[in-house]
Design a protein around this ligand. Structure first.
Ligand code: TRP
Length: 356
């Protein structure tokens, strides 16, 4: 897609997202959100400020929230599955500690909802190979390892994600701009299914993207924050581990601390982290540190992160000590998701004349 087109559609989505926020405030019960993460390790502060906090906000506003632990997507780019049990339960602990309420929200795993995965087959027949090849995530994976190294589940990944959303009949998907093509594909699949198999009355609702306004946090080395790069501050880290991670952060040699993301990405990222933790404006945080240099900046960031995360970490430690409870929460979420996806698949089979 030419850049101009991306910008225009991102602008339209931003406008629509503002309307959606107003509709959510008026009638939260009209919305069902599906969102999720791959269980590839503990959540970090980038996840917290980028997505998790927003999910909790929407849950508190009264929107129905479904959170998918995408364990089948975890095997798109790794082969080992032996750590999945601990990573999956770890995610449940991270979610609950951060404020996702199991009494209101549904937390479930791909592998436990067979009907969801079965929808992948008819959906694959609704899209062309060329269309998937144009998906930015798939394109990136091809660029990284080449077509031959790409496994077919990774290739089908955007269609699988559409199955996640449509199986649960979600109508709202909170995403960053990079995930917009996935939501668009879900809309295309819903539309094509409806045209082909349910022309008189649309069966699948077309899900809408709710664009997340949060900026993407960088890791301590100035690259994208990712657990695999060792540059992330996990939600579950101790105060000492947090101090150590932040003390190693990349900065620059200018003593005066300012917030200039384009010119000073690493320093500005640290200022932003402190500002997010303190619910303050980054410019004000930078001004307060002033000519204190990197040392004062890192001390401020460490204190801000540890203060902000202290209650979450205390809750998480309690939860982690009770894996039986975490498993119960997941089992209840799996059962709810199974019931919903079973009903969708039964209707799909009726519409497709495959219910014998
Ligand atoms: N692909 C998302 C990620 O890697 C996780 C995910 C899977 C998801 N299915 C989803 C997100 C459906 C939103 C909706 O982070």
């Amino acid at each position: 897609m030419p850049t101009a087109t991306i910008t225009a559609s991102a602008r339209a989505t931003r406008r629509r997202s503002a309307e959606l926020e107003a509709e959510i405030a008026r009638d939260p019960g009209a919305f069902r959100i599906l969102t999720g993460d791959r269980p590839t390790g503990p959540l970090h502060i980038g996840h917290y400020f980028g997505t998790v906090r927003n999910r909790v906000r929407l849950q508190q506003a009264g929107v129905e929230l479904l959170v998918l632990i995408a364990d089948y997507q975890a095997i798109t780019d790794r082969t080992a599955t032996s750590r999945l049990p601990q990573d999956v339960l770890g995610l449940v602990a991270d979610y609950l500690a951060a404020g996702i309420d199991p009494a209101r929200a549904t937390v479930f795993a791909h592998s436990q909802v067979p009907a969801l995965n079965q929808l992948l087959l008819p959906f694959l027949s609704l899209v062309s190979v060329a269309e998937i090849e144009r998906n930015p995530t798939v394109k990136e994976e091809i660029a990284l390892g080449g077509q031959a190294a790409l496994n077919a589940l990774m290739f089908a990944y955007p269609v699988h994600q559409a199955a996640d959303i449509l199986a649960l009949r979600a109508n709202l998907v909170p995403v960053g701009a990079d995930q917009l093509p996935h939501v668009e594909l879900s809309r295309v699949i819903a539309r094509r299914f409806n045209e082909r198999y349910s022309p008189d009355a649309a069966f699948f609702p077309e899900p809408e993207a709710l664009l997340t306004a949060e900026p993407m946090l960088l890791g301590m080395d100035g690259r994208k924050m990712a657990k695999s790069r060792g540059n992330a501050v996990p939600l579950s880290a101790t105060a000492d581990e947090t101090a150590r991670l932040i003390s190693r952060a990349t900065t620059d040699s200018e003593r005066l601390i300012t917030y200039e993301p384009a010119r000073r990405p690493e320093v500005s990222n640290l200022v932003l982290i402190a500002a997010l933790c303190r619910d303050e404006d980054p410019q004000a945080v930078a001004a307060e540190i002033g000519s204190g240099g990197a040392k004062a900046l890192k001390a401020a960031v460490t204190a801000a992160v540890n203060d902000r995360l202290a209650p979450i970490r205390a809750r998480r430690a309690q939860l982690a000590a009770d894996p039986g409870y975490l498993r119960e929460v997941l089992a209840a979420g799996n059962a709810r998701a199974r019931a919903a996806a079973d009903a969708t698949l039964a209707a799909v089979q009726r519409l497709m004349h495959t219910g014998y």
